[in-house]
Design a binder for this molecule. Structure first.
Ligand code: ADP
Ligand code: ASP
Ligand code: MG
Length: 458
C-alpha cells in the first residue's frame, strides 16, 4: 500500500485534477490511499467566510459563499461532462455540502460569534468538497474509488483548530477502515487536514496539515512509501519563490527534512516526518505538473551524506526578551520561565541566555499574550516583532571545520541578534532584522551553494 497526498495546487482546477487522476491511475497496483487538500486557496476563502460571518458582514459573506459554491459546482460539472448520471449526483452532493455550510455560516452571522468548534467545521468543508468531486471524477474514469470520511479515523485531542493526533487510536482505526473501504475497489480517497476527537467533536490539524495526515495514515497502514505531490520538483536548497538559483536536492535525511520544515521551509508541514520515521517509511516529494521527475527522497539518516543542504528561514517570528536581576545566582529561574511557555502551549524555537537576560524566538502565529503577562509579574519583558530567523541546515554541519565562518562571512553589513548552534548537529540558526532578510538569505545561499571550490576549505 502507498499513500499519495495531493496538495491544493495539484487539485486546483480541471487540468490539475485530470493530471492527478492520471498519476493515481498509474499506481493502482500499489494500492494507493489518496489524501487530498482543499482546492488551491479554498481554505483561505473559508477563513474569510468565517471572518465575514463573525463580523456580521452579510454581503461579503454571501458573496464568498456564492463564489465557493460556483467554483465547486462548475468544476464537478466540467470533470463529469461525459458521465451525466455521475455529474448529477456529484453536483447534488456539492450543493448539499454547500447548503450545510451556508446554514452554519448564517447562524454564526446571526449571533456574530464564532467558536473554534464552528470554525473547525467551516474550514473542513474545503477538503470535503475536493475529495467528493475527485472521488466521482476517478470513478468516471474507470478507477473504482471509495470515499472515506477522515473524521472516522484521524483522532485528535487538544484544540479544535490544532488537534494533536492520538496515535494509539489512529493506529487501531485506520487499517480496518481502509481495508474495509478497499473491498472490490481500485483505490480509496480521504481528506487531509481534518480530524475529530474520540467523542466525534470536529477538529483540524492546523494550516498545511494534509501532509501530516498523509504521514499518519502511512504509518497506520504500514505504507511502503508516502508521496507528497505538490507544485515543485522536490525539496530545494531554499524556497524557490523567495530565493534565486536554488538547487534541487535528490535526497535528504528525515532529520534534515524535519529541521527544514520546522525552521520555515513550507514545502512540508513540520510534523510530517515524525510518523514516517517511526516506521522508517520513505517520503517522496514530487511535482504533479512534472510527474516523470524523480522528486526528492527523504530517507533514514545513514543513507545521507554530511554537508549543507538548505538555507531555511522564518520571516514572521517574535523575539521575547526577558530581563530579571533575580536570574543572577538563582536556580530554578529558567524552569519557572519555561513552565509558563509550556503551560500556555507556546512552542519556543531558539533560546539564548546571558547573566540577567533570556531571549527566545517563537513563531508569529503563537498566541503569546498570556505568556507575556505572566512573565511580566516577575520580569521585564520586551517583545520584538521586526526580526526574522535564518537557519543553515545539513547533516553534521556543526562538526564541519569553518562552518561558522562560512555562515557569517557573507553577512558583513547586518546585525546578528541571536545565534544558536549545537543543540543538534544539523542546524545553525540566527536572528536578523526582518528588513535585511531577503538580502541575507540570498547572499548566504549564494555563498554556500554557488562556490563549490570554497567548500573544499572545510
Ligand atoms: P501544497 O499545496 O502542495 O501543500 P505548499 O504551497 O504547501 O504546497 O508547498 C509547496 C511550496 O513550498 C512550493 O511552491 C515552494 O514555494 C515552497 N517551499 C518552501 N521552501 C521550499 C524548499 N526548500 N523546497 C521546495 N519548495 C519550498
Ligand atoms: N487545506 C489546508 C490548508 O490550506 C490543509 C492543507 O492544504 O494541507 O491549510
Ligand atoms: Mg502544503
Amino acid at each position: 500500500m502507498i499513500v499519495m497526498k495531493f496538495g491544493g495546487t495539484s487539485v486546483a482546477n480541471f487540468e490539475a485534477i485530470t493530471r492527478t487522476i492520471f498519476i493515481i491511475g498509474g499506481k493502482l497496483d500499489q494500492k494507493p490511499v489518496v489524501v487530498v487538500s482543499a482546492l488551491s486557496k479554498v481554505t483561505d476563502l473559508l477563513y474569510r467566510i468565517s471572518d465575514a460571518a463573525a463580523s456580521r458582514n452579510v454581503s461579503e459573506m454571501e458573496e464568498l459563499l456564492f463564489q465557493l459554491r460556483k467554483r465547486h459546482v462548475d468544476l464537478a460539472s466540467d470533470l463529469l461532462e461525459q458521465s451525466p448520471m455521475l455529474k448529477e449526483s456529484a453536483v447534488a452532493k456539492v450543493n448539499e455540502i454547500c447548503d450545510g455550510l451556508t446554514s452554519l455560516v448564517r447562524a454564526v452571522c446571526a449571533v456574530g460569534e464564532l467558536s473554534d468548534r464552528n470554525k473547525a467545521v467551516i474550514i473542513a468543508n474545503g477538503e470535503y468538497l475536493s475529495s467528493t468531486i475527485i472521488c466521482y471524477a476517478m470513478n468516471s474514469k474507470g478507477i473504482r474509488t471509495n470515499w472515506i470520511d477522515a473524521r472516522r479515523m484521524m483522532i485528535t485531542k487538544g484544540e479544535y483548530m490544532k488537534g494533536e493526533p492520538v496515535e494509539k487510536e489512529i493506529l487501531s482505526r485506520v487499517p480496518g477502515i481502509v481495508e474495509e473501504a478497499y473491498k472490490g475497489m481500485d483505490a480509496v480517497i480521504t481528506q487531509g487536514f481534518i480530524a475529530s476527537t474520540i467523542d466525534g467533536e470536529p477538529t483540524v490539524l492546523g494550516r498545511g496539515g494534509s501532509d501530516y495526515s498523509a504521514s499518519l495514515i502511512g504509518m497506520a497502514v504500514d505504507a511502503s512509501r508516502i508521496e507528497i505531490w505538490t507544485d515543485v520538483d522536490g525539496v530545494r536548497t531554499a524556497d524557490p519563490r523567495k530565493v534565486n538559483n536554488t538547487k534541487y536536492l535528490e535526497k535528504i535525511s528525515f532529520e534534515e527534512a524535519a529541521e527544514m520544515a520546522h525552521f520555515g521551509a513550507k514545502v512540508l508541514h513540520p510534523l510530517t516526518i515524525e510518523p514516517a520515521v517511526k516506521k522508517n517509511i520513505p517520503i517522496y516529494v514530487l511535482n504533479s505538473m512534472n510527474p516523470s521527475g524523480k522528486g526528492t527522497a527523504i530517507l533514514r539518516n545513514e543513507l545521507i551524506e554530511d554537508g549543507v543542504k538548505s538555507v531555511s528561514f522564518k520571516e514572521n517570528i517574535k523575539v521575547i526578551n526577558i530581563f530579571s536581576t533575580r536570574m543572577i545566582n538563582t536556580s530554578g529561574f529558567l524552569r519557572r520561565v519555561f513552565e509558563i511557555f509550556s503551560e500556555s502551549r507556546v512552542s519556543v524555537d531558539l533560546i539564548s541566555t546571558s547573566e540577567a537576560n533570556i531571549s527566545v524566538t517563537v513563531d508569529a502565529s503563537e498566541k503569546i499574550d498570556g505568556v507575556v503577562s505572566e512573565l511580566s509579574e516577575f520580569c521585564d519583558v520586551i517583545v520584538d516583532d521586526d526580526k526574522a530567523q535564518v537557519s543553515v541546515i545539513g547533516k553534521n554541519i556543526v562538526r564541519l571545520n569553518g562552518m561558522l565562518k562560512k555562515t557569517f562571512a557573507p553577512l558583513k553589513k547586518c546585525n546578528v541578534y541571536m545565534i544558536s548552534q549545537g543543540a543538534s548537529f544539523v542546524n545553525i540558526s540566527f536572528v536578523v532584522d526582518r528588513e535585511e532578510l531577503s538580502e541575507v538569505v540570498q547572499d548566504l545561499h549564494d555563498h554556500l551553494f554557488d562556490n563549490p571550490e570554497e567548500l573544499a576549505d572545510f
